[in-house]
Design a protein around this ligand. Structure first.
Ligand code: PHE
Ligand code: NA
Length: 447
């Protein structure tokens, strides 16, 4: 019945796309500011624990659902559990993907703007008011950030509409290694700055007192999910384009470790610089857009590094945004028989509109704080990352752990003959749900 459904050209194609989805703004922009706001070292440990104990096992579970069902996030649950309410979690995924892409593309637009300003040479030297004020002026204005958000969405739509295979695979093959090399060079430079030790201490020396704050746990879990692209159906959808003969466990561990490498290395770039340039580590979402240009302005050929860096960052963001757009697009194509073209354009426009709120929330609408003190963008991020994604992950764990039989679960994940299979199963069935629930109850103040 699905004879015309698309599929990856190879297992490598799947791995690259999934890594491309995982590695993005979350590793550099989001990781550094969330770590900075949550005290550094102790957060890092909770984050790494979330990745290893909950994240990677659930990544395998999510991909295995998609590959088994060969459908989008709603359709996968519908296919495997007909007439049961599991598919409702699929809608949570579709909405979560829209919500995330709504603000993600605004930030990606900032990255493009930076790329443009390096390309034109304008950012090669420190602008008169400094990078900090320049950034504030730009993001709080109305037209410019919206224009870049629009350009970025057009790019994302264009790629999704062509089909994921060619463009994304190629871009990933070139720019992910480029980003890795640049980050390593920058890390070495950053470590040579005065104040580097203080930055490393902040990142690696846990201050256990922050652990008494419940919000640190939910932040670490949310960051782990966000960074792994876990819980919205991206990995389920990507897994659905994968043939049954490709083995999953090694692939998912590879994706998780690669993603973690990019986060830790960017922490090593950012935090020494944060302390060297006297920026507060808890400055929030603006952190990298101010520290990185400061670093570049001090390195020989820093302007060229700036060009390459923001180009790589933008392309890393594209491969993530493409994966986010693919979630609703795959759903709409199947459900309403829309063409890929129609689904991509209509969804892209909806996301553009959502992003207007996120962008204006930095300026004209900054007085509007939907959740506590959080502006529109941070509120969208909070709801999506700290609530939608963990719930999506919880449902994945319950579905594989409790709805599937043990044999079905192990077979779907290609772990039926592996010794680690029993551990994975225990984690998915018991440990992951318990941890997610405990963190939720704790954040709600119940525990
Ligand atoms: N994982 C991506 C990043 O780190 C963001 C993302 C989240 C992509 C959720 C898809 C789904 O930038
Ligand atoms: Na990531």
């Amino acid at each position: 019945m699905n004879s015309t459904r698309e599929s990856w050209a190879s297992k490598l194609g799947f791995m690259l796309a999934a890594m491309g989805s995982a590695v993005g703004l979350g590793n550099i922009w989001r990781f550094s500011y969330v770590a900075g706001e949550n005290g550094g070292g102790a957060f890092l440990i909770l984050y790494l624990a979330s990745i290893l104990i909950v994240g990677i096992p659930l990544l395998l579970a999510e991909v295995s659902i998609g590959r088994k069902a060969k459908s989008d996030v709603v359709g996968s649950y519908r296919t495997l559990a007909p007439e049961k309410p599991w598919y409702l979690a699929g809608f949570l995924g579709v909405f979560g993907a829209l919500l995330i892409l709504g603000f993600y593309s605004v930030v990606a637009g900032w990255s493009m703007y930076y790329f443009w300003n390096y390309l034109s040479g304008y950012f090669f030297t420190v602008p008169e008011q400094g990078y900090g004020a320049t950034f504030e002026t730009f993001t709080s204005s109305t037209a410019q950030p919206l224009m870049w958000h629009g350009i970025f969405m057009v790019l994302t739509i264009a790629i999704v509409l062509t089909g994921v295979k060619k463009g994304i695979e190629l871009a990933n093959k070139i720019f992910m290694p480029a980003l890795a090399v640049l980050l390593i060079i920058l890390a070495i430079f950053s470590l040579s700055l005065d104040g580097a030790m203080e930055g490393l201490r902040f990142l690696f020396q846990p201050d256990w007192s922050v652990l008494s704050n419940p919000s640190v746990y939910i932040a670490a879990l949310g960051q782990a999910f966000f960074s792994l692209s876990l819980g919205v159906g991206v990995m389920m959808t990507y897994g659905s384009y994968l043939g049954d003969h490709h083995k999953l466990p090694g692939a998912t561990v590879g994706i998780g470790l690669m993603d973690t490498f990019f986060a830790v290395i960017s922490g090593i770039v950012i935090f020494p610089a944060v302390f060297a340039f006297g920026i507060e580590p808890d400055s929030g979402p603006v952190l990298v857009f101010i520290t990185l240009p400061d670093i570049f302005s001090q390195i020989p050929f820093g302007g060229v590094v700036g060009i390459l860096f923001f180009l790589s960052l933008t392309l890393a963001a594209v491969s993530s945004s493409v994966s986010l757009l693919e979630v609703p697009v795959a759903y709409l194509m199947r459900t309403f028989k829309w063409s890929r073209r129609q689904a991509s354009i209509i969804t892209g426009i909806i996301i553009f509109i959502l992003g207007i709120g996120a962008s204006l929330g930095m300026g004209a609408w900054s007085g509007f704080t939907p959740i506590g003190q959080l502006n529109i963008m941070d509120s969208m991020d909070y709801i999506a990352s700290n609530i939608f994604l963990p719930i999506g992950g919880l449902v994945i764990a319950l579905f594989v752990g409790w709805y599937f039989s043990r044999r079905e679960a192990l077979t779907a994940a290609d772990l039926q003959h592996q010794a680690v299979g029993r551990w994975w199963y225990v984690i998915v069935k018991y440990l992951a749900p318990v941890i997610i629930l405990l963190i939720f109850l704790n954040a709600l103040g119940v525990l």
